[in-house]
Design a protein around this ligand. Structure first.
Ligand code: NDP
Length: 317
Protein backbone atom coordinates (compact mmCIF):
# COMPACT_ATOMS: atom_id res chain seq x y z
CA UNK A 1 0.00 0.00 0.00
CA UNK A 2 1.23 3.46 -0.78
CA UNK A 3 0.10 6.65 0.88
CA UNK A 4 -0.78 9.74 -1.12
CA UNK A 5 -0.86 13.32 0.06
CA UNK A 6 -4.38 14.64 0.21
CA UNK A 7 -4.02 17.54 -2.21
CA UNK A 8 -1.60 20.12 -0.84
CA UNK A 9 -2.27 19.12 2.77
CA UNK A 10 0.22 17.20 4.88
CA UNK A 11 -2.25 14.35 5.43
CA UNK A 12 -1.41 10.98 3.93
CA UNK A 13 -4.18 8.67 2.84
CA UNK A 14 -3.79 5.04 1.83
CA UNK A 15 -4.38 4.95 -1.92
CA UNK A 16 -7.13 2.41 -1.31
CA UNK A 17 -9.56 3.16 1.52
CA UNK A 18 -12.74 1.54 2.78
CA UNK A 19 -16.30 2.86 2.97
CA UNK A 20 -19.55 1.84 4.60
CA UNK A 21 -22.38 2.95 2.30
CA UNK A 22 -25.24 0.42 2.13
CA UNK A 23 -23.03 -2.38 3.44
CA UNK A 24 -22.48 -1.57 7.13
CA UNK A 25 -25.52 -2.44 9.22
CA UNK A 26 -27.52 -3.69 6.25
CA UNK A 27 -25.33 -6.39 4.75
CA UNK A 28 -22.94 -6.67 7.71
CA UNK A 29 -23.36 -7.09 11.46
CA UNK A 30 -20.82 -6.12 14.12
CA UNK A 31 -18.73 -9.24 13.68
CA UNK A 32 -18.47 -9.03 9.88
CA UNK A 33 -17.91 -5.26 10.01
CA UNK A 34 -15.03 -5.89 12.41
CA UNK A 35 -13.50 -8.55 10.13
CA UNK A 36 -13.77 -6.38 7.02
CA UNK A 37 -12.23 -3.34 8.70
CA UNK A 38 -9.44 -5.45 10.17
CA UNK A 39 -8.77 -7.04 6.78
CA UNK A 40 -8.54 -3.61 5.17
CA UNK A 41 -6.34 -2.22 7.94
CA UNK A 42 -4.00 -5.21 7.84
CA UNK A 43 -3.58 -4.60 4.10
CA UNK A 44 -2.44 -1.03 4.83
CA UNK A 45 -5.74 0.85 4.58
CA UNK A 46 -5.63 3.82 6.98
CA UNK A 47 -8.73 5.72 5.82
CA UNK A 48 -12.32 4.74 6.62
CA UNK A 49 -15.28 6.66 5.20
CA UNK A 50 -18.73 7.17 6.67
CA UNK A 51 -21.69 9.59 6.71
CA UNK A 52 -24.42 10.55 9.12
CA UNK A 53 -26.96 9.38 6.56
CA UNK A 54 -25.62 5.85 6.06
CA UNK A 55 -28.25 3.56 7.56
CA UNK A 56 -29.57 6.60 9.46
CA UNK A 57 -26.48 6.56 11.69
CA UNK A 58 -26.19 2.76 11.98
CA UNK A 59 -23.02 2.63 9.86
CA UNK A 60 -21.32 5.17 12.14
CA UNK A 61 -22.39 3.28 15.27
CA UNK A 62 -20.92 0.03 13.94
CA UNK A 63 -17.70 1.70 12.81
CA UNK A 64 -17.41 3.46 16.17
CA UNK A 65 -17.71 0.15 17.98
CA UNK A 66 -15.00 -1.44 15.82
CA UNK A 67 -12.70 1.58 16.09
CA UNK A 68 -12.34 0.89 19.81
CA UNK A 69 -9.92 -1.89 18.71
CA UNK A 70 -7.66 0.63 16.92
CA UNK A 71 -5.28 3.33 18.05
CA UNK A 72 -7.10 6.51 17.02
CA UNK A 73 -4.01 8.09 15.46
CA UNK A 74 -3.53 5.06 13.18
CA UNK A 75 -6.71 5.80 11.27
CA UNK A 76 -8.03 8.65 9.19
CA UNK A 77 -11.74 8.84 9.76
CA UNK A 78 -14.26 10.77 7.72
CA UNK A 79 -17.93 11.49 7.96
CA UNK A 80 -20.34 13.57 5.93
CA UNK A 81 -23.12 15.83 7.03
CA UNK A 82 -26.31 16.65 5.14
CA UNK A 83 -28.84 13.81 5.46
CA UNK A 84 -29.42 13.82 9.20
CA UNK A 85 -33.13 13.06 9.39
CA UNK A 86 -36.59 14.31 8.47
CA UNK A 87 -37.05 17.34 10.75
CA UNK A 88 -36.80 20.83 9.22
CA UNK A 89 -33.32 21.36 10.69
CA UNK A 90 -32.01 17.81 10.34
CA UNK A 91 -31.04 18.22 6.69
CA UNK A 92 -28.65 20.39 4.77
CA UNK A 93 -25.74 22.65 5.55
CA UNK A 94 -27.13 25.28 7.93
CA UNK A 95 -24.86 26.33 10.79
CA UNK A 96 -27.30 24.60 13.16
CA UNK A 97 -27.36 21.24 11.38
CA UNK A 98 -23.62 21.20 10.64
CA UNK A 99 -22.76 21.66 14.31
CA UNK A 100 -25.50 19.43 15.74
CA UNK A 101 -25.08 16.78 13.05
CA UNK A 102 -21.32 16.63 13.62
CA UNK A 103 -21.78 16.29 17.38
CA UNK A 104 -24.20 13.40 16.87
CA UNK A 105 -21.84 11.70 14.39
CA UNK A 106 -18.90 12.00 16.79
CA UNK A 107 -20.99 10.43 19.52
CA UNK A 108 -21.91 7.48 17.30
CA UNK A 109 -18.31 7.14 16.12
CA UNK A 110 -17.13 7.30 19.76
CA UNK A 111 -14.41 9.79 18.99
CA UNK A 112 -13.66 13.43 19.81
CA UNK A 113 -12.86 14.35 16.21
CA UNK A 114 -12.95 13.17 12.65
CA UNK A 115 -9.99 13.81 10.38
CA UNK A 116 -12.17 14.73 7.41
CA UNK A 117 -15.62 16.28 7.46
CA UNK A 118 -17.55 16.57 4.21
CA UNK A 119 -20.57 18.64 3.23
CA UNK A 120 -22.32 15.67 1.65
CA UNK A 121 -24.08 17.70 -1.08
CA UNK A 122 -24.46 21.38 -1.92
CA UNK A 123 -27.40 23.00 -0.12
CA UNK A 124 -29.33 25.48 -2.28
CA UNK A 125 -31.18 26.71 0.83
CA UNK A 126 -28.11 27.83 2.80
CA UNK A 127 -25.72 30.60 1.74
CA UNK A 128 -22.24 29.18 1.10
CA UNK A 129 -20.87 31.76 3.52
CA UNK A 130 -22.92 30.30 6.39
CA UNK A 131 -21.58 26.83 5.59
CA UNK A 132 -17.97 28.03 5.33
CA UNK A 133 -18.21 29.81 8.68
CA UNK A 134 -19.77 26.76 10.40
CA UNK A 135 -17.08 24.44 9.02
CA UNK A 136 -14.44 26.90 10.20
CA UNK A 137 -15.92 26.74 13.71
CA UNK A 138 -15.67 22.93 13.62
CA UNK A 139 -12.05 23.10 12.45
CA UNK A 140 -11.13 25.66 15.11
CA UNK A 141 -12.84 23.58 17.81
CA UNK A 142 -10.80 20.54 16.72
CA UNK A 143 -13.93 18.57 15.79
CA UNK A 144 -12.38 18.01 12.37
CA UNK A 145 -8.90 18.56 10.98
CA UNK A 146 -9.96 19.21 7.37
CA UNK A 147 -13.28 19.98 5.75
CA UNK A 148 -14.40 19.38 2.22
CA UNK A 149 -17.28 19.00 -0.18
CA UNK A 150 -18.95 16.11 -1.94
CA UNK A 151 -20.45 16.56 -5.38
CA UNK A 152 -20.42 20.34 -5.26
CA UNK A 153 -20.07 22.08 -8.62
CA UNK A 154 -16.68 23.54 -9.51
CA UNK A 155 -18.20 27.02 -9.19
CA UNK A 156 -19.54 26.29 -5.70
CA UNK A 157 -16.13 25.00 -4.59
CA UNK A 158 -14.41 28.11 -5.97
CA UNK A 159 -16.94 30.30 -4.19
CA UNK A 160 -16.28 28.49 -0.88
CA UNK A 161 -12.51 29.00 -1.29
CA UNK A 162 -13.01 32.69 -2.10
CA UNK A 163 -15.26 33.27 0.93
CA UNK A 164 -12.91 31.38 3.24
CA UNK A 165 -10.01 33.58 2.10
CA UNK A 166 -12.09 36.72 2.63
CA UNK A 167 -13.09 35.79 6.19
CA UNK A 168 -9.80 34.19 7.13
CA UNK A 169 -11.56 30.86 7.58
CA UNK A 170 -10.31 27.36 6.81
CA UNK A 171 -10.89 26.67 3.09
CA UNK A 172 -12.14 23.31 1.80
CA UNK A 173 -9.23 20.89 1.40
CA UNK A 174 -10.84 18.03 -0.53
CA UNK A 175 -13.78 16.91 -2.66
CA UNK A 176 -15.46 13.51 -2.72
CA UNK A 177 -16.83 12.87 -6.20
CA UNK A 178 -17.99 9.74 -7.95
CA UNK A 179 -15.27 8.56 -10.32
CA UNK A 180 -15.06 5.42 -12.38
CA UNK A 181 -14.70 4.30 -16.00
CA UNK A 182 -18.40 5.02 -16.61
CA UNK A 183 -18.43 8.38 -14.86
CA UNK A 184 -15.48 10.59 -15.76
CA UNK A 185 -16.77 13.97 -16.81
CA UNK A 186 -16.95 15.80 -13.49
CA UNK A 187 -13.62 14.61 -12.13
CA UNK A 188 -11.61 14.93 -15.33
CA UNK A 189 -13.21 17.97 -16.96
CA UNK A 190 -15.33 20.09 -14.63
CA UNK A 191 -13.01 19.87 -11.62
CA UNK A 192 -9.68 20.02 -13.43
CA UNK A 193 -9.17 23.83 -13.29
CA UNK A 194 -10.37 24.09 -9.69
CA UNK A 195 -8.21 21.17 -8.54
CA UNK A 196 -5.24 22.70 -10.32
CA UNK A 197 -5.76 26.16 -8.81
CA UNK A 198 -6.56 25.13 -5.25
CA UNK A 199 -4.68 21.78 -5.07
CA UNK A 200 -7.61 20.00 -3.48
CA UNK A 201 -7.46 16.33 -2.60
CA UNK A 202 -9.97 13.87 -4.07
CA UNK A 203 -11.31 10.85 -2.19
CA UNK A 204 -13.31 9.21 -4.92
CA UNK A 205 -16.41 7.00 -4.51
CA UNK A 206 -18.01 4.08 -6.36
CA UNK A 207 -14.92 2.95 -8.30
CA UNK A 208 -17.02 -0.01 -9.49
CA UNK A 209 -20.17 2.06 -10.17
CA UNK A 210 -21.89 0.16 -7.36
CA UNK A 211 -20.68 -3.19 -8.74
CA UNK A 212 -21.54 -2.71 -12.43
CA UNK A 213 -17.81 -2.69 -13.20
CA UNK A 214 -17.36 -6.11 -11.63
CA UNK A 215 -19.33 -7.54 -14.58
CA UNK A 216 -21.77 -9.39 -12.35
CA UNK A 217 -24.80 -7.55 -13.69
CA UNK A 218 -24.15 -8.53 -17.31
CA UNK A 219 -26.91 -11.13 -17.65
CA UNK A 220 -29.06 -10.57 -14.57
CA UNK A 221 -29.28 -8.93 -11.16
CA UNK A 222 -27.98 -11.49 -8.65
CA UNK A 223 -30.13 -12.00 -5.53
CA UNK A 224 -28.88 -10.04 -2.54
CA UNK A 225 -26.59 -7.85 -4.66
CA UNK A 226 -26.73 -4.06 -4.32
CA UNK A 227 -28.89 -3.53 -7.39
CA UNK A 228 -31.26 -6.16 -6.04
CA UNK A 229 -31.45 -4.35 -2.69
CA UNK A 230 -31.64 -0.74 -3.86
CA UNK A 231 -34.41 -0.02 -6.37
CA UNK A 232 -33.22 3.35 -7.63
CA UNK A 233 -29.74 2.08 -8.44
CA UNK A 234 -31.16 -0.38 -10.96
CA UNK A 235 -31.58 2.49 -13.42
CA UNK A 236 -27.77 2.54 -13.80
CA UNK A 237 -27.87 -0.90 -15.46
CA UNK A 238 -28.44 0.56 -18.91
CA UNK A 239 -27.55 -1.16 -22.16
CA UNK A 240 -24.98 1.60 -22.84
CA UNK A 241 -23.26 0.97 -19.49
CA UNK A 242 -23.34 -2.83 -19.92
CA UNK A 243 -21.81 -2.43 -23.39
CA UNK A 244 -18.92 -0.43 -21.99
CA UNK A 245 -18.46 -2.90 -19.13
CA UNK A 246 -18.19 -5.73 -21.68
CA UNK A 247 -15.61 -3.71 -23.62
CA UNK A 248 -13.53 -3.25 -20.44
CA UNK A 249 -13.89 -6.98 -19.70
CA UNK A 250 -12.01 -7.74 -22.92
CA UNK A 251 -9.06 -5.67 -21.68
CA UNK A 252 -9.19 -7.42 -18.29
CA UNK A 253 -9.06 -10.75 -20.09
CA UNK A 254 -5.95 -9.67 -21.98
CA UNK A 255 -4.33 -8.64 -18.67
CA UNK A 256 -5.51 -11.82 -16.95
CA UNK A 257 -7.05 -9.91 -14.07
CA UNK A 258 -10.60 -9.43 -12.88
CA UNK A 259 -12.76 -6.65 -14.26
CA UNK A 260 -13.12 -5.14 -10.77
CA UNK A 261 -9.34 -5.03 -10.36
CA UNK A 262 -8.88 -3.30 -13.70
CA UNK A 263 -11.58 -0.72 -12.90
CA UNK A 264 -10.01 0.10 -9.53
CA UNK A 265 -6.43 0.19 -10.84
CA UNK A 266 -7.59 2.56 -13.60
CA UNK A 267 -8.86 5.05 -10.96
CA UNK A 268 -5.49 4.92 -9.22
CA UNK A 269 -3.69 5.95 -12.42
CA UNK A 270 -5.20 9.43 -12.10
CA UNK A 271 -2.69 11.50 -10.05
CA UNK A 272 -5.50 13.82 -8.87
CA UNK A 273 -6.99 10.90 -6.91
CA UNK A 274 -5.83 10.92 -3.28
CA UNK A 275 -7.67 7.73 -2.35
CA UNK A 276 -10.06 5.29 -4.01
CA UNK A 277 -12.76 4.37 -1.52
CA UNK A 278 -13.61 0.70 -1.89
CA UNK A 279 -16.93 -0.82 -0.95
CA UNK A 280 -17.30 -4.53 -0.18
CA UNK A 281 -20.08 -6.56 1.36
CA UNK A 282 -17.93 -9.68 1.69
CA UNK A 283 -14.28 -10.52 2.49
CA UNK A 284 -13.68 -12.19 -0.91
CA UNK A 285 -14.62 -8.93 -2.64
CA UNK A 286 -12.21 -6.96 -0.48
CA UNK A 287 -9.40 -9.44 -1.14
CA UNK A 288 -10.00 -9.21 -4.88
CA UNK A 289 -10.26 -5.41 -4.87
CA UNK A 290 -7.19 -4.80 -2.71
CA UNK A 291 -5.16 -6.87 -5.17
CA UNK A 292 -5.84 -4.15 -7.78
CA UNK A 293 -2.73 -2.43 -6.41
CA UNK A 294 -0.48 -4.96 -8.13
CA UNK A 295 -2.07 -4.19 -11.47
CA UNK A 296 -1.39 -0.44 -11.52
CA UNK A 297 2.18 -0.65 -12.93
CA UNK A 298 0.91 -2.85 -15.76
CA UNK A 299 -1.50 -0.19 -17.04
CA UNK A 300 0.85 1.30 -19.60
CA UNK A 301 0.07 3.99 -22.17
CA UNK A 302 -1.31 1.46 -24.66
CA UNK A 303 -3.74 -0.07 -22.14
CA UNK A 304 -4.82 3.38 -20.90
CA UNK A 305 -5.47 4.51 -24.49
CA UNK A 306 -7.46 1.35 -25.09
CA UNK A 307 -9.60 2.05 -22.02
CA UNK A 308 -10.03 5.67 -23.13
CA UNK A 309 -11.30 4.45 -26.47
CA UNK A 310 -13.72 2.00 -24.89
CA UNK A 311 -14.93 4.33 -22.11
CA UNK A 312 -14.50 7.91 -23.33
CA UNK A 313 -15.47 10.86 -21.12
CA UNK A 314 -19.21 11.25 -21.59
CA UNK A 315 -20.70 14.71 -21.23
CA UNK A 316 -23.91 13.40 -19.70
CA UNK A 317 -22.27 11.13 -17.11
P1 NDP B 1 -18.21 0.39 -5.44
O1 NDP B 1 -18.63 1.10 -6.67
O2 NDP B 1 -16.91 -0.32 -5.48
O3 NDP B 1 -19.38 -0.64 -5.07
C1 NDP B 1 -19.20 -1.51 -3.98
C2 NDP B 1 -20.21 -2.66 -4.07
O4 NDP B 1 -20.00 -3.42 -5.26
C3 NDP B 1 -20.00 -3.64 -2.93
O5 NDP B 1 -20.68 -3.25 -1.77
C4 NDP B 1 -20.53 -4.92 -3.53
O6 NDP B 1 -21.95 -4.89 -3.50
C5 NDP B 1 -20.04 -4.82 -4.97
N1 NDP B 1 -18.67 -5.34 -5.14
C6 NDP B 1 -17.51 -4.83 -4.64
N2 NDP B 1 -16.46 -5.55 -5.04
C7 NDP B 1 -16.94 -6.53 -5.81
C8 NDP B 1 -16.32 -7.58 -6.52
N3 NDP B 1 -15.00 -7.74 -6.51
N4 NDP B 1 -17.11 -8.42 -7.24
C9 NDP B 1 -18.45 -8.26 -7.27
N5 NDP B 1 -19.10 -7.28 -6.62
C10 NDP B 1 -18.35 -6.40 -5.90
O7 NDP B 1 -18.11 1.37 -4.22
P2 NDP B 1 -19.27 2.09 -3.35
O8 NDP B 1 -20.38 2.53 -4.21
O9 NDP B 1 -19.57 1.26 -2.17
O10 NDP B 1 -18.49 3.39 -2.88
C11 NDP B 1 -17.38 3.24 -2.00
C12 NDP B 1 -17.57 4.13 -0.78
O11 NDP B 1 -17.61 5.49 -1.19
C13 NDP B 1 -18.87 3.93 0.00
O12 NDP B 1 -18.83 2.81 0.86
C14 NDP B 1 -18.97 5.24 0.74
O13 NDP B 1 -18.12 5.24 1.88
C15 NDP B 1 -18.43 6.23 -0.30
N6 NDP B 1 -19.53 6.86 -1.06
C16 NDP B 1 -19.64 8.23 -1.00
C17 NDP B 1 -20.66 8.88 -1.63
C18 NDP B 1 -20.77 10.36 -1.56
O14 NDP B 1 -21.82 10.90 -1.92
N7 NDP B 1 -19.77 11.06 -1.08
C19 NDP B 1 -21.71 8.14 -2.39
C20 NDP B 1 -21.46 6.72 -2.44
C21 NDP B 1 -20.41 6.12 -1.80
P3 NDP B 1 -22.90 -6.21 -3.37
O15 NDP B 1 -22.08 -7.34 -2.90
O16 NDP B 1 -23.95 -5.78 -2.42
O17 NDP B 1 -23.47 -6.40 -4.74
Amino acid sequence: MQYRRMGKSGLRLSELSFGSWITFGRQTDLSSTRSLMRQAFDAGVNFFDNAEGYGAGAAESLMGEVLKDFRRSDVVLSTKIFHGGTGPNDMGLSHKHLIEGTHASLERLRTDYVDLLFCHRPDPNTPIEETVRAMDVLVRQGKTFYWGTSEWSADQISEAVRIARECNAAPPAMEQPQYNLLHRQRMEREYEPVFERHELGATIWSPLASGLLSGKYDKEIPKGSRLDLIDWLRATRTEANLKQVRAVAEVAKELDCSLAQLAIAWCLKNPRVSSVILGASRPEQLTENLAALKLVPRLDARIMAELDRRCPVRAAS
